[in-house]
Design a protein around this ligand. Structure first.
Ligand code: CMP
Length: 152
């Protein structure tokens, strides 16, 4: 398994409900490295592209309005097999079906306000990194805790 980067969006309901810290803590505790983090309020055309596979669905107008309700937090995470590891922590799309202990099961009650989006594969992760971050907003760094250890 190789080192990957993936995107999570803490949707406007996560910010409104003051859950940002609780959610970010779960990724930090797992050992995923934060390599990008910002508030953003993307416009409608970004959502038409991001959710292009859903635009014909009856729930899409509501989904788009929900994502544009207010600012969200875009995060890029890095780690070994990060795409799948993040999806395990996030849980199933429908919080009613998500396993206990996942973010969606623990903090959300319905599929429309499910708090968080995560890239679902290598290709979408690459597209979403480009969609939500400028190159200079993504960082490469070593953890200081790993850097200064000396074997003795
Ligand atoms: P997300 O992982 O962001 O991907 C697509 C989103 O569509 C999904 O999370 C849900 O928030 C939303 N969604 C999927 N199905 C429904 C539905 N039946 N009603 C409302 N929203 C939905």
């Amino acid at each position: 398994m190789s080192i990957e980067r993936t995107v999570v969006l803490l949707k406007p309901d996560a910010l409104q409900r003051d859950l940002l810290g609780h959610i970010i803590t779960r990724f930090e505790r797992k050992g995923l490295k934060l390599v990008g983090l910002k508030l953003a309020q993307p416009s409608g055309n970004v959502w038409d592209e991001h959710y292009s596979h859903h635009v014909e669905k009856p729930f899409y107008p509501g989904l788009k309005a929900f994502m544009m309700h207010g600012p969200l937090v875009a995060i890029a995470l890095e780690g070994i097999g990060a795409i799948n590891e993040v999806r395990k922590i996030v849980g199933a799309t429908n919080p009613q079906e998500a396993d206990a202990g996942t973010i969606r099961a623990d903090f959300a009650m319905n599929i429309a306000a499910n708090l968080i989006h995560a890239s679902d594969g290598a290709e979408t992760a690459a597209n979403e990194l480009k969609r939500f971050f400028q190159e200079e907003e993504l960082f490469t760094y070593q953890k200081i805790s790993d850097q200064y250890i000396v074997a003795n």
